[in-house]
Ligand binder design. Structure first.
Ligand SMILES: C[S@@+](CC[C@H](N)C(=O)[O-])C[C@H]1O[C@@H](n2cnc3c(N)ncnc32)[C@H](O)[C@@H]1O
Length: 275
């Protein structure tokens, strides 16, 4: 199903990009280090003029860093959320002609039709693929394998939880996560909920929020179903996470030549796959 890109509201949303960055740091220790490692790997495999897909880009954290570090790179940022895309456009524009924005739902089997023709050098995603269930991830990786050139790469930087049998590791990771969040909030960091509540109160954004709510209706339905079917001691957020070995198996199944975890702090990981 083709999505008609939403029009940007006539206000400057770029301060919300900076607030997004701080808000994400509340939840993701070592976020910047993770980006740096990912960009080092892009440089190694793709040189300094790559064509990169920022997959599930939100307001373009990866895009901005790629454009800054590689002055000859081109980036395509793709996301379903019209509000986050509007913030990204306001903050980064078209990157001096090197950045384009696409709106699509990667759960739609035809999502990749919106991509530009030709093959990609690299696809990078952060803090996002955990929104998808294992079935969607298998299909997504197969599509990426078709779109990435031989020798090109895919990287997923995300929290990938330990499996339920690793009770001690899960307990440790959860304790560390809670401590980091507590300290970050005490130091003035914004929570995810507060950030969204403040943004939703901006009157000019009402039409975009209506569109956002329409596009993400599937997420509430899936979440309710998952919570109804399964409860864990770690709460609702835990239910949607696919473990690292499952990601790796899905990448190899999709005919990536090699796939392995290349960086990890607790359950924050980067998985690298070479096409
Ligand atoms: C937490 S944000 C991460 C954004 C950015 N990559 C970053 O690290 O700052 C997760 C993003 O995934 C996007 N997303 C989730 N499910 C999606 C789907 N099915 N299709 C497209 N985008 C999706 C959301 O809209 C959101 O922008």
């Amino acid at each position: 199903m083709t999505i008609t890109p939403a029009a940007n509201p006539p206000i400057d949303l770029s301060p919300w990009y900076e607030r997004w960055e701080r808000q994400q740091e509340t939840y993701i220790p070592h976020r910047e280090e993770r980006f740096t490692v990912m960009l080092d790997i892009v440089q190694h495999f793709c040189g300094d003029a790559p064509l990169v897909l920022d997959l599930l880009s939100g307001p373009g954290a990866i895009s901005a860093r790629i454009l800054r570090r590689f002055p000859r790179a081109r980036v395509v940022a793709l996301d379903l959320d019209p509000v986050l895309v509007a913030i990204g456009k306001s903050a980064h524009g078209d990157g001096g002609g090197r950045l384009s924005w696409l709106e699509a739902n990667v759960k739609d089997p035809a999502w990749a039709d919106v991509l530009p023709p030709g093959q990609l050098d690299a696809v990078l995603s952060t803090t996002a693929i955990h929104w998808l269930d294992a079935g969607d991830i298998v299909e997504l990786y197969r599509e990426l394998a078709r779109r990435i050139r031989p020798g090109g790469i895919f990287m997923n930087g995300d929290q990938m939880r330990f499996p339920p049998r690793d009770e001690a590791l899960r307990g440790l990771t959860e304790a560390m996560r809670q401590r980091h969040e507590r300290e970050a909030v005490a130091a003035g960091g914004e929570t995810w909920e507060a950030w969204w509540a403040h943004l939703r109160a901006v009157p000019e954004l009402a039409p975009l929020f209506a569109e956002r709510d329409r596009r993400f209706r599937w997420r509430n339905v899936e979440r309710e179903r998952a919570i109804g079917a399964l409860r864990t001691d770690f709460g609702e957020r835990d239910l949607v996470h696919t473990t690292a070995p499952v990601h790796r198996a899905a990448l190899l199944d999709a005919s990536f030549r090699e796939a392995e975890q290349i960086w990890q702090v607790y359950d924050n990981r980067i998985l690298l796959a070479v096409r």
